[in-house]
Design a protein around this ligand. Sequence first.
Ligand SMILES: Cc1cc2nc3c(=O)[nH]c(=O)nc-3n(C[C@H](O)[C@H](O)[C@H](O)COP(=O)(O)OP(=O)(O)OC[C@H]3O[C@@H](n4cnc5c(N)ncnc54)[C@H](O)[C@@H]3O)c2cc1C
Length: 328
Amino acid sequence: MTETEAQRQKEIQQAEELLFTGPQALGFVKGLFQGHFVSDWVMPYPRIAAAEQPEIDQTLGELRKFLDEHLDPAEIDRQADIPRDVIDGLGRVGVLGATAPKEVGGRGFSQMANCKILEEIGSRCASTSVFVNAHHSIGIRALLLFGTTEQKQKWLPKLVTGEWLGAFALTEPEAGSDAANVQMTATPSEDGSHYILNGEKRYITNAAIGQVLTVMARTPVPGKPGKDAITAFLVTPDMPGFEMLEARMPKMGIRGTVTSRFALQNVKVPKENILGPLGKGLKVALTVLDFGRTTFGACCTGGAKTCLKLAVAIRESNSTKRSVTFIS
Ligand SMILES: Cc1cc2nc3c(=O)[nH]c(=O)nc-3n(C[C@H](O)[C@H](O)[C@H](O)COP(=O)(O)OP(=O)(O)OC[C@H]3O[C@@H](n4cnc5c(N)ncnc54)[C@H](O)[C@@H]3O)c2cc1C
C-alpha cells in the first residue's frame, strides 16, 4: 500500500469513527476556544509525504500553466460564469478528482496535497476555487467516504473527469446554520424499492450545472413510529419531479459560481441511491463539511496571499503613496 493510499484509508477510518462512535477528539481550533492548545494536530507541522511530493509538484506545474493560459478571473466575475473550457481543462489537469482513488480515474492525492491545489486556484480566482470545492470537496466527498463499491464504480468515473459535476444539497429555507432542521422528506415506497422525496433546497452551489447531487432528506426510523432522521441520497436532475426554481441566484461576490434553488416534488429515488447508513445523513453531511472546510480554508489562504502580494506591490510603487497609507 502506498503512503498516500494508507493516508486515504486513515481518512476513511476517521470518517467512519465519526459516524459510528460517540464523542469526537478535540480539534485544534475548537480546543483553542475551550482554552486548550491541542498540539498533536499542528506539531510537528504536517507536511506532504515525501513519496507524494514529486507527483503533486508536477500536477501543480501543469495547473499553473493551464491557469496562466486559460483562466480570466475578471471575465468570470463580469460574466458571472465559469466557461466550460475552463471546467474541462481543470478536469484534464486532474483537479476535479484529485483525492479520488486512481482505480476510478482520480489522482489519489491526500487531502493536504489537494489543499495545495485549492490554494493555487484560490490565489487566482475565488469563483473557480469555490466551484472546484463544491464539486470535489463536498459534492463527491460523501461518495468517496461512504459510497459502496457499486456506487463508486457507477458514479465516480465521470465525476472525477468533470464530464459530470457534483453538488452537495443540505441547506433549505429552515435549515442553514441549524443544519439538523432539514424539512425535505423521503418517504419509503410500499414495496421498499425507492423513496419519494419532497421539499426545497436553496443556496446549492453547482446544482443547476451538476449531474449528481448528494441530497439530505428526512426518513422515518424503521421500527420507531413517529421518529425520523436525516439520510443522504444521490439525486440526479433528470429524475421526474426535479424542478429548478432559480438556476443562478444573483450574488455580490464569487459571481462566477452557480448558486441554485430547487424543489423536489414526489421524486422517486431508488433505495440503491442511499449514501451511507439510513438515518445517519446528518453525520454524513457534517463529516463531508469537515473535509470541505480544510480546502475552503486553503482557497482563502491563496486569496489572502494574493492580496498581500498586491499590497506589497503598491507599497513598492512610489506613485501610489496615498493608497499605500490607506491599505497599511
Ligand atoms: C454562495 C453560497 C454558496 C453556498 N453553497 C452551498 C452548498 O453548496 N450546499 C449547501 O448545502 N449550502 C450551501 N450554502 C448555504 C450555507 O451553508 C448557508 O448559507 C449557511 O449554512 C447559513 O445558513 P442561512 O443562510 O440559512 O443563514 P441562517 O442560518 O438563517 O443565519 C443567518 C444569520 O443568523 C445567525 N444565526 C443563526 N442561528 C443563530 C443562533 N441560534 N444564534 C445566533 N445567531 C444565529 C447566523 O450566524 C447568520 O449571521 C451556500 C451559501 C452561500 C451564500
